[in-house]
Design a protein around this ligand. Structure first.
Ligand code: KIV
Ligand code: ZN
Length: 522
């Protein structure tokens, strides 16, 4: 039978512990709303007793977001913390108090300097008190993976008898390994289900040796009913188990785990981007599921295989996590098949074989000097190489190319001037803006006379920091169609300009083809 695994997202609590990632109330609300769209089962909204701001944030999230999704916040096993959590989460339809107390010898003896009995009694008292306030109480046995098993079990047994409805087993310092952690969960689960089958067994894994996802999945395989994760795997030190990895790992291998979550996976990429931009934490490009390159293929052999059959090299479909499409990165290793496909995507799919060979030869020349070839390079190659059909020549006339640009950066009036050529036309414009890129982009939009709304802009360094990769997502105002495009240059402003011009070229060619089809149909 397929088991449903509950997902607690702790991006706003463990995730917010990342240095520099502090959010304001409105940002927390925005993320909480998106976590609800993602259909997580529980949102851990903060640590209520830590500050007035944290209390207010948890309270506001409970009031505004807490209708279907359960809301919790963290408390140490002391009355003051439990009161703070209670008063902040009680407005939710389904509130939960989460209590944490150390269970390993290191925590008991060195951190608390108490006896095991004293710590156990403190945990039991805390659960009893929390239970007098709310029906749902989670107890986390901090540092459980380094705890002595029989003491860990005695604690679990005692707090369940005191009323805990969820038992969370944290690998607080990322010490666990999958087989051993799975075994620990199996042993606890066997006893727990005998003691009280309604109590939920949960895990919370840290990523200090990169095993958080593997440990979490091993726990599910061995009986865990609930997992605690963060978006993009952010969190204390090396972070927590990444929600997207655990969820997609389960979805991909439902046959093996016989388990699934209720997560709306198509919201994953959007949630990842929101968390990354509001917290100012970049996602590693090769990060599983949410990294920029997670669905990008650059090997020629893979590209050819993918174009023949996607499942040759794609086990997770980008659309399933809300990524528009897989990406083929053109390099000198890309073959004819991939280049033909890229040309077709930018509207030049019907060249004669002779024209294609000329374009392909130029492509190889360029790919040998540049590491990667982007659409704006293809536009340039087509523009300067093709002497093809009337239609191709008409399309060539629509391609805009950057001729020159000047950007003045100062505090009062950052401004930019741009010169672009489109076919025979020379287009110029100047503009001021909120900053250099804003000024540059409005100058480009004015020059091209195109109403393109900028949805996302990103600049990052590549090739040992010498080159910059500009990436933009735009939306065309009149039909709301979205386009994403990239460009590379040693100058960050030029890379930014090329990325936008490249997106505009894609729009122009697509519009031309649509007009052509209408004429043919009419
Ligand atoms: O890592 C940890 O042990 C925690 C607990 C509060 C669950 O974050
Ligand atoms: Zn943690």
């Amino acid at each position: 039978m397929m088991r449903k695994i509950l997902v607690l997202d702790t991006t706003l609590r463990d995730g917010e512990q990342v240095p520099g990632a502090k959010l304001n109330l409105y940002e927390k609300l925005e993320i909480a709303q998106q976590l609800k769209n993602l259909k997580v089962d529980i949102i851990e909204a903060g640590f209520s007793a830590s500050s007035e701001g944290d209390f207010k944030a948890v309270e506001t999230i409970a009031k505004k977001i807490g209708d279907e999704v359960m809301i919790t916040a963290l408390a140490r096993a002391v009355k003051n913390d439990i009161d703070a959590v209670y008063h902040s989460v009680k407005h939710a339809q389904k509130p939960l108090i989460h209590i944490v107390l150390g269970a390993s010898d290191i925590h008991v003896e060195k951190k608390f300097r108490k006896s095991k009995e004293q710590v156990l009694a403190q945990g039991v008292d805390a659960v009893r008190y929390a239970k007098s306030l709310l029906p749902e109480v989670q107890y986390s046995t901090e540092d459980a993976s380094r705890a002595e098993f029989e003491y860990l079990w005695t604690t679990i047994e005692a707090v369940v008898k005191a009323g805990a409805t969820m038992i969370n087993i944290p690998d607080t310092v990322g010490y666990a390994v999958p087989e051993e952690f799975g075994d620990l969960i199996r042993r606890i689960n066997d006893r727990l289900k005998n003691l009280n089958p309604n109590v939920i067994l949960s895990v919370h894994c840290h990523n200090d040796t990169g095993l958080a996802t593997a440990n979490t999945l091993a726990a599910i395989k061995n009986g865990a009913d609930k997992v605690e994760c963060t978006i993009n795997g952010i969190g204390e030190r090396a972070g927590n188990a990444a929600l997207e990895e655990v969820v997609m790992g389960l979805k991909l291998r439902r046959d093996y785990y016989q388990a699934d979550t209720g997560i709306e996976t198509t919201q994953i990429k959007k949630t990842s981007k929101l968390v990354s931009s509001l917290m100012g934490l970049d996602v590693q490009v090769n990060k599983a599921i949410t990294g920029d390159n997670a669905f990008a293929h650059s090997s020629g052999i893979h590209q050819d295989g993918l174009l023949k059959s996607r499942d040759a090299y794609e086990v997770i479909h980008p659309e399933d996590v809300g990524v528009d499409q897989m990406e083929m990165i053109l390099t000198a290793r890309s073959g004819r098949h991939a280049v033909k496909n890229a040309l077709a995507q930018i509207g030049f799919g019907s060249m004669t074989p002779e024209d294609f060979e000329k374009v392909f030869a130029r492509f190889l020349e360029l790919a040998d000097t540049k590491k990667e070839v982007y659409n704006h390079d293809l536009f340039h190659i087509v523009e300067s190489t093709l002497e093809g059909s009337e239609e191709d020549n008409e399309k060539k006339e629509l391609i805009s190319e950057l001729v020159d640009m000047q950007v003045i950066i100062n505090n009062s009036f950052p401004s930019a001037s741009i010169k672009i050529c489109r076919g025979e036309q020379v287009l110029t414009s100047s503009s001021v803006g909120d900053g250099a890129v804003d000024a540059l982009y409005s100058a480009i939009r004015n020059a091209l006379n195109m109403d393109l709304e900028l949805l996302e802009y990103k600049i990052s360094s590549v090739s040992k920091g010498k080159e910059a990769l500009g990436r933009v997502s735009i939306q065309v105002a009149y039909n709301n169609k979205k386009y994403t495009s990239k460009a590379i240059d040693t100058d960050i402003l030029k890379a930014s300009a090329l990325a936008l011009i490249n997106a505009a070229n894609t729009v122009a060619i697509e519009e031309y083809l649509a007009r052509k089809n209408e004429t043919k149909a009419g």
